[in-house]
Ligand binder design. Structure first.
Ligand SMILES: Nc1nc(=O)c2c([nH]1)NC[C@@H]1CN(c3ccc(C(=O)N[C@@H](CCC(=O)O)C(=O)O)cc3)C=[N+]21
Length: 296
């Protein structure tokens, strides 16, 4: 909502935009409340929804995220099986683990934590996950189906970004959305999902020339670069909506939040923005996979 205030420096009334803080915890709570009913239904029928998480190597940040996901499952009555593999695991060994989980009828969803150690073929490992259990939306098939608008589980962070836009009824149709980043489970799928919601989408990346100029033209900015405070305040068009999908060490986003705040109409903070919605989305997909497996 624009707000006119007296600007003493300019000696006149001028408009400042009161930014709306998009509350990821509120959106996540809303999603989890909707999922709870289905969890009860499954448990009443003797089925415990179950997510298997796979962590390869001992990166402490990845271990923290996987633990957060497992804890979130537990709080909602979803079982979680945590598989931890040594950093020396080969692609073949990892794929065999995934195949066992594919064949295990007690497991409804599989999450392979990204990134895996460099010597592993991550794409081959992701694609070993069966489409029915790809609750994290990482398979080639899942990506393609989602991009074409079919019923596959989308990647969780892109779905979280869309859920935030939907929850706060922020218009997307006809808007110019600028996505910074083109990774297979974030920038690329969120670009496709915004396109499917009738935005005009520009995907920027490390080779983009004059990246700031694209951001300056954006009605919606999605930051998914993995560089702390990358998006500067003076890049943001007055009144733009800014979604920060960054999760840099120390809980620092990809957006210079304080600097952008005076310019935006709405913005997600880090923490308590996209992150919690990502986890809620993972739970939602896991329970939906279990419901489908049970023929609901
Ligand atoms: N296959 C795969 N799927 C993923 O979805 C995936 C992944 N790999 N690799 C890593 C990233 C990162 N990610 C986060 C999820 C939640 C928070 C989150 O909830 N953060 C809290 C704060 C964290 C804290 O309190 O320490 C917040 O933003 O409020 C952050 C980061 C999912 N990822």
């Amino acid at each position: 909502m624009p707000l006119y205030v007296f600007n003493w420096e300019k000696g006149m009334m001028s408009m400042t935009i009161r930014p709306f803080i998009l509350d990821g915890n509120e959106v996540a709570a809303n999603i989890k409340a909707l999922v709870e009913g289905d969890v009860k239904k499954l448990i009443a029928g003797g089925i415990i929804p179950c997510l298997a998480t796979i962590l390869v190597g001992d990166d402490p940040a990845s271990a923290t995220y996987v633990r957060m996901k497992a804890n979130a499952c537990k709080r909602l009555g979803i079982q979680s099986v945590r598989i931890e593999l040594p950093g020396e695991t080969t692609t073949e060994q990892l794929i065999r683990e995934i195949q066992q989980l594919n064949e295990n009828p007690g497991v409804h969803g599989i999450l392979l934590q990204h990134p895996v150690p460099h010597h592993i073929d991550e794409r081959a490992a992701f694609d070993a996950i069966s489409i029915e259990k790809d609750v994290d939306g990482v398979t080639t098939q899942g990506f393609a189906q989602n991009a074409f608008g079919f019923a596959a589980f989308p990647s969780c962070t892109p779905a979280a970004i869309i859920a935030i836009l939907d929850h706060y009824r922020l218009p997307v149709l006809g808007k110019h959305a600028v996505v910074i980043g083109r990774s297979p489970i974030l920038g690329k799928p969120v670009s496709a999902m915004l396109l499917n919601k009738d935005a005009t989408v520009t995907t920027c990346h490390s080779k983009t020339v004059n990246l700031e100029e694209f951001v300056r033209a954006a009605d919606i900015v999605v930051a998914a670069v993995g560089k702390p405070r990358f998006v500067k305040g003076d890049w943001v068009k007055p009144g733009a909506v800014v979604l920060d999908a960054g999760y840099n060490p120390g809980n620092i986003g990809d957006v210079d939040y304080e600097a952008c705040l005076p310019h935006v109409s709405a913005i997600t903070p880090v923490p308590a923005g996209v992150g919690p919605v990502t986890i809620a989305t993972l739970l939602k997909h896991t329970v939906a996979a279990a419901m489908k497996a049970q023929g609901y």
